[in-house]
Design a protein around this ligand. Sequence first.
Ligand code: TA6
Length: 308
Amino acid sequence: MILTVTLNTALDLTYQVPALVPRASHRVALSTERPGGKGVNVSRVLAALGHETVVTGFAGGATGARLRELLAPVPRLTDALVDVAADTRRTVAVVDSAAGDTTQFNEAGAAVTAAEWAALRERYARLLPGAAAVALCGSLPPGVHVGAYADLIRAARAAGVPVLLDTSGEPLRRGIAARPDVVKPNADELAGLTGSREPRRATLDARRRGAHAVVSSLGPDGLLAATPDGLWRAAPPAPVRGNPTGAGDSAVAALLAGLADGTPWPDRLARAVALSAATVASPVAGEFDPAVYADLLPGVTVTDDTRA
Ligand code: TA6
């Protein structure tokens, strides 16, 4: 199975409006509620692709119970979330249909106690031996120390389980230094880490900080990957309009499946780009239409940029 860790899970609400206007009242054309947080989305995508997956992290209160209720019917997905006292947060994404973009509101998340963190560490240690790969995804909730991902990476490495990290800020900086197999920053996270907005320089710089491979997501431009096999660029056939929330999570799902299976980098990246674009085309994060994915995949271009 493939394991995902979401320390800051969320109940994701998505509102679609014809056009988003500041200080105006809006009629909502489509409203959805989904189990979310980055790793939860990664697992939902993996399950849809046919992989067995286990979700761990924290869930609490009425929102946590709702999140677990929504996860229960997902085939091939096992809920191994740790119960906590505080309410799981909500996030709200407002999709502006006219502009083709999304405005996101993310609550900080409820505080985790020292005893709850210890319970998570114990659950993680029990799950690791059965995992073909593990992803550590998203922000940290209050109460979880900033080096938490670095600790979880060291535990995965000690257990011989390949590990992918998708986070930002100081948890990313410390996590990279713990030498994960793959890190997937977006352009802002990369700039925060390296001080550079030049993708090639920043991606190579991030890799020198300790990760085995760094895959930078560059929005509509696709992915740039600094790997042991060279520097690769993967681009979608054409820009896709829709809801970009969760596009990065779908890229992580493909990269993680590739890490578990040992898929060659060019194929891994092509799948990540196509899956990410198919997720943009779907109205909510963590979901995609398999027919759109299959259509997009042959059009993805992967080029070796090592000597560019
Ligand atoms: O990537 C989209 C998303 O996964 C949403 O579903 C939402 O839950 C959010 O990101 C959480 O991100 P954060 O960085 O706040 O942990």
